[in-house]
Design a protein around this ligand. Structure first.
Ligand SMILES: [Zn+2]
Ligand SMILES: [Zn+2]
Ligand SMILES: [Zn+2]
Ligand SMILES: [Zn+2]
Length: 279
């Protein structure tokens, strides 16, 4: 068995320089990857929180837990509307000794802000309409893995050599480092792609359809049930006189939403993705 060829000091120094450079690249890559991973996870969390019923904490879906818009701007799932309605009707029957045939209305109270929502006695929970921007997002995420986490291997394994390796061993260290950097590159691309997919799908609750700015404060729900950011709402009314009936043009359905100047000009919508919370 032949001995290893003696590794000349110069050759060894050259290999070690290459290893150190690759180690630096690899640390740099890892930082980038971590940045993109945090950014993706943060957006994923924000979307996931947004798509959760604030009463029962179930995830919204397109069936029994579909997102429903109360008139106050809060969103609850269909199941919760039904439960609230049943509870309210039971209370009324206890108080009045029968169904409210004499009274046409039930006041459903928003559990978050206590604002009353009027429901007629012959109406069911389905009369509380879908929250369309939210429903759009739910449909886009339904059955997709976008909200699952990505598992990464442990990239921190040390490749540092102890100074006594043979040339072949140093070459192997170099190959391992290069493979690690390539794998981190691919992982970073996957993170960026996933972030972009989530971002695109979350648009209806993340950015204004007119100015394309991300929401930094609660957008407004117009009468057509679409959203418009507060600056765009204010711009819409800027050219009208104080005593006029004015409208905001919905960028999504093109409907003119008329408001008196004294109106609130759309209800604030509380369940949105706040850009200031994101990286
Ligand atoms: Zn619910
Ligand atoms: Zn409310
Ligand atoms: Zn806007
Ligand atoms: Zn609209």
């Amino acid at each position: 068995m032949a001995d290893d060829p003696v590794l000349a000091a110069d050759d060894r120094a050259a290999l070690m320089r290459r290893i150190r450079r690759l180690e630096r690249d690899s640390r740099h890559k890892l930082n980038n990857l971590e940045f993109h991973r945090r950014r993706r996870a943060q957006l994923q969390q924000a979307v996931s929180d947004c798509l959760t019923c604030s009463i029962c904490f179930d995830k919204f879906n397109i069936e029994e837990s579909s997102p429903r818009a109360l008139q106050c701007g809060h969103v609850v799932c269909l199941n919760c509307v039904r439960r609230l309605l049943e509870m309210k009707r039971r209370q009324h029957r206890l108080i009045y000794g029968g169904p409210l045939t004499g009274l046409p209305l039930v006041f459903l109270q928003c559990p978050t802000c206590n604002k009353d929502e009027i429901i007629f006695e012959n109406q069911t929970e389905h009369s509380v309409q879908f929250h369309h921007p939210m429903l759009n997002v739910v449909i886009k995420f339904a059955g997709r893995p976008y909200l699952d986490d990505i598992e990464h291997p442990d990239w921190n394994r040390a490749n540092v050599s102890d100074g006594n390796e043979r040339a072949e061993e140093l070459q192997l260290v170099i190959i391992a480092l290069e493979q690690k950097i390539n794998a981190m590159d691919e992982a970073e691309q996957r993170e960026i792609q996933l972030h972009n997919d989530i971002d695109e799908n979350a648009k209806p609750i993340k950015e204004c359809a007119r100015c394309q700015n991300q929401y930094h404060q609660a957008p407004r729900v117009l009468k057509c049930n679409h959203l418009l950011c507060s600056p765009c709402v204010n711009n819409s009314f800027a050219s009208f006189n104080a005593n006029e009936v004015a409208y905001a043009l919905c960028p999504t359905c093109r409907q003119r939403n008329y408001y008196y100047q004294t109106d609130m000009r759309g209800t604030p919508f509380f369940q949105f993705i706040d850009a200031s919370q994101l990286q």
